[in-house]
Design a protein around this ligand. Structure first.
Ligand SMILES: Nc1nc2c(ncn2[C@@H]2O[C@H](COP(=O)(O)OP(=O)(O)O)[C@@H](O)[C@H]2O)c(=O)[nH]1
Ligand SMILES: [Ca+2]
Length: 366
């Protein structure tokens, strides 16, 4: 069982995956089935999701084929249980039932299960986040699946971006192709806006011209309550709101290098959700939007805030943030087209698939 030919995909990730690499310490007969599985939990800020992948390794020198994904999600995210971490364990146990159905019994003990947490846990005080991760680990250890070292941890934003890129480029066939042409990916988390704003508000009072003057709400996170409101006697509207977002965007964006040489962009997660909320695309079908579509809609919404006060009080802020991120953060032109999709070839566009590749290729293959 030698190590396999590896192919560099141009972003410093080595992605060749061999079925042997997936069989930790379990020798397999030569004619064994070349189907294998991997389980990834995405502990996001707004929900926890399980992705169960079934791969087929036809040619050991090639990337495996992804035969299917079984996906399920629950809300809220683990960070909502910061003060009752045992509930986080329950959430994971509930989703592990999905994996038990999707993976044949005989495969359980060699099927790895990993959990990567993102913004929601990053924002929590480290002790509370750790207590949640510990509960997840207990639930994993009780399960019949293979729990690798470092199976449960918080991932940084750069990894999220790279692994989402890997996922989409794998699903669209770019990683197999002889040409080095790849597509760009844009993933925006639900807590990104909060991450960006909260540390700036030491008084914990957050007033914004992106919100209606009449808007007032308490928002709790990680045991703290923030008072969020419009500016009672201030100006509102797109121009003011954009200026506010610009201050934030300018300070946080590091332009991912792969954006520069791609001309097709897949955008998902919050880009998708907000486009649906704004009526730019159909939720089931997704669609193509130009950068200027976000900005035109942002103007319409922000300049009529009172109309959205009752139903979509944050839409102006969210869509202006996205517009600003695309234009002044990433430097996209108004005409740049984004493909908004939740799935490619029936598989969720999420960093999760990239994460299982990353796991497999890190196993020492001998
Ligand atoms: N369909 C689908 N939607 C997702 C997935 N991951 C994230 N989202 C959406 O993207 C938004 C981003 O949120 P989330 O992942 O919870 O936040 P993060 O922790 O900041 O990345 C949520 O509102 C979800 O609707 C996924 O795997 N599938
Ligand atoms: Ca996410």
């Amino acid at each position: 069982m030698g190590s396999l030919d590896r192919e560099n995909v141009g972003i410093g990730l080595d992605l060749s995956v061999g079925v042997e690499g997936v069989l930790p310490s379990l020798a397999r007969p030569a004619n064994a089935s070349r189907i294998f599985h991997g389980i990834v939990f995405d502990a996001g800020s707004t929900g926890t999701r399980i992705h169960v992948y079934t791969f087929i390794q036809k040619d050991p020198a090639e990337l495996p084929l992804l035969e299917k994904e079984t996906f399920q999600s629950v809300k809220p995210g683990l960070s909502a249980y910061a003060d009752t971490p045992e509930t986080a364990g329950e959430t994971v146990r509930q989703l592990l039932r999905v994996a038990k159905k999707a993976v044949p019994h005989v495969e359980w003990e060699r099927t790895p299960v990993v959990l990567r947490a993102t913004a929601g846990l990053r924002l929590l005080p480290p002790k509370k986040a750790q207590a949640l991760l510990d509960e997840v680990e207990v639930a994993f250890e009780e399960s019949p699946f293979f729990v690798p070292d470092n199976s449960v941890h918080i991932m940084n934003g750069t990894d999220e971006g790279i692994l989402a890129w890997v996922t989409v480029n794998f699903l669209t066939g770019q990683l197999q192709a002889k040409t080095k042409k790849t597509v760009g990916t844009l993933d925006l988390g639900g807590a990104s806006t909060q991450i960006t704003f909260l540390p700036k508000f030491k008084r914990k009072v957050f007033e914004s011209s992106c919100l209606s003057r009449k808007f007032r709400e308490d928002w709790s996170f990680g045991g703290l309550t923030y008072k969020i409101s419009g500016i009672p006697d201030g100006s509102t509207g797109f121009t003011e709101c954009y200026k506010e977002m610009l201050k934030v965007v300018k300070g946080v964006i590091h332009q991912p290098p792969e954006l520069q040489d791609s001309n097709t962009f897949y955008a998902f997660s919050y880009y998708f959700d907000i486009a649906v909320e704004a009526g730019l695309i159909d939720e089931r079908r997704g669609g193509m939007v130009k950068v200027q579509d976000y900005s035109i809609r942002a103007k319409e919404v922000c300049n009529k805030l009172s109309m959205y006060l009752a139903t979509k009080p944050f839409l102006c802020m969210d869509i202006t943030y996205i517009t600003c991120l695309l234009k002044d953060g990433f430097g996209f032109k108004d005409e740049t087209i984004l493909k908004l999709t939740q799935k490619v070839n029936n598989v969720e566009t999420s960093w999760a698939l990239g994460a299982i590749f990353d796991y497999f290729q890190n196993i020492k293959i001998h």
